[in-house]
Design a protein around this ligand. Structure first.
Ligand code: GUN
Length: 292
């Protein structure tokens, strides 16, 4: 079994990006500037956005954190988005999801300028992704592709089973794994809450990508010997004995599944850090596109 070490690979990617940024600075050019908008004070969302902003500082990007109260109206958020669209200093920005219930997510995502949509959630960018056109690929699926590539995991002709059809992970992942080229050329089954015989389908998978958010969902007896296991789940389990009052776990029973897997991502330290690295990569790309 080989560990797909997202922490290590994400640090390599950040080092590579930092070198690019240093060159930009040396040439006297503007460096990439990422803004992150968060509405409300959900603990997990604040942690993720905090990590994104800290990572920007680590690698020499400019960053702006826009924190809005949970009572923010859709109109107010749309106004902020328009400001960021118009601000020539901002190369890319994200609106952290989920949003409070008074705000319509689709209208918000549609309002973001596709050229600054470094999350790749705007329909224009999502459509380009599906059509193999150059675009911003959503950071979590992009991070998984990058891990598969850097560990030279064979995907061609393999059966990939994606569990969960979210717009952020499952749906784009299913499209990307079936695209021409590598990592891709895979035969994809996208499973979800209405899938019949899901355990039988998973047992036929060469590659399992689980983006469900249910701790210990994927057990050793469900997977084929030698399968590649990608765990996208990040669930906080309350635990008084831990310093933070919780621990983080994925969808996979790592201890037992890892004994059967050929490659497997740990949680934490697998897909999570890759998501941040690829958001930074998309922001660098946005800067380069705005320059040319
Ligand atoms: N919420 C969970 N993951 C993500 C992400 O990748 N981007 C944004 N904007 N919100 C998220």
């Amino acid at each position: 079994m080989e560990l797909l070490d997202g922490k290590k690979v994400s640090n390599q990617i950040k080092t590579e990006i930092a070198a690019e940024v240093a060159k930009m600075r040396d040439r006297g050019e503007k460096v990439p500037h990422l803004a992150a908008v968060i509405v409300g004070s959900d603990g997990a969302s604040l942690t993720y956005v905090g990590s994104k902003v800290r990572s920007c500082q680590q690698i020499g990007f400019e960053s702006t954190l826009v924190q809005l109260p949970s009572t923010t109206s859709e109109q107010e958020l749309l106004k902020k988005i328009e400001e960021l669209n118009q601000d020539a200093d901002i190369d890319g920005f994200i609106v952290q999801l989920p949003l409070p219930e008074q705000i319509n997510e689709q209208r918000v995502l549609l309002a973001i300028d596709p050229d600054k949509d470094v999350d790749g959630f705007h329909p224009t960018n999502f459509g380009k992704m599906a059509l193999d056109m150059s675009t911003f690929i959503p950071a979590t699926p992009f991070g998984i592709l990058e891990l598969l590539e850097r560990y030279k995991v064979e995907t061609q002709g393999k059966h990939t089973v994606v569990i969960g059809r979210s717009h952020i992970v499952g749906r784009p992942m299913s499209i990307l794994m079936g695209r021409k080229g590598w990592p891709g050329n895979s035969t994809v089954t996208l499973t979800h809450s209405h899938t019949k015989n899901i355990t039988q389908i998973i047992s036929q998978a060469d590659i399992v990508i689980s983006a469900l958010g249910v701790p210990n969902f994927l057990k050793a007896e469900m997977v084929k010997d030698g399968a590649v296991i990608i765990d996208v789940g990040i669930t906080r389990v309350p635990d008084e004995t831990k310093e933070k009052g919780y621990y983080i776990t994925g969808d996979v029973d790592f201890e037992n599944v890892s004994k059967k897997a050929s490659f497997i991502t740990p949680v934490p330290g697998g897909v999570g850090p890759m998501t941040i690295a690829m958001l930074l990569k998309n922001t660098l790309l946005a800067r380069e596109r705005h320059r040319s």
